[in-house]
Design a protein around this ligand. Sequence first.
Ligand code: ATP
Ligand code: MG
Length: 195
Amino acid sequence: MPKKGIMGGTFDPIHYGHLVTAEEVRDYFGLDEVVFVPSARPPHKIGQKITDPEHRYLMVVLATITNPYFSVSRVEIERPGPSYSVDTVRYFRELWGGDTEIYFITGADAFAQISTWNNPEELLRLCTFVAATRPGYRLQHLEGPLKDRVKIIEVSALAISSSEIRRRVRRGESIKYLLPEAVENYIYKNGLYRD
Ligand code: ATP
Ligand code: MG
């Protein structure tokens, strides 16, 4: 049975926390592919200033280019309206067929909010969730029907976040080694996060 991962996110910008998580999950579960899906209009970030999706998409392409298992999808960028994960997983379920095992990869902080997502029941029916614990977030043990559909995996501790990277750029501080060099260069070349 083919096994594929989906890693959604705002990726504003993508960083080594995202990349290490995706790679460790891929390796651990033996996934054939991980598709990164930059969110166009994340419903939980409404009202926040978000960088143009085309910039975020290109940064994800630059960051994933050296990993043959990684690819990037424009599905949420092309789809109008709020970017709900359930629509995206439905799309990939259709594309890949019923035989493929789908692993939806999130950080523990994102997973902890799942009850606030659009249609979490269907989402959990369509795929297996992987909640990667990251520094500062501890997941309580799960009970009930969630238990078999959710895998909790500890990834190498990386206290990196996009918000911290944006803050550093704004203050003129170094972001070296927090994200791939090509993404760092892309940020400076396009004057992102300066405002
Ligand atoms: P922001 O600080 O703007 O919220 P972020 O760094 O959390 O950005 P997102 O694009 O919001 O990045 O996250 C996309 C996914 O990656 C989420 O599931 C999130 O939990 C996960 N993630 C983010 N940073 C890390 C990290 N350092 N380690 C593991 N997972 C992470
Ligand atoms: Mg976040």
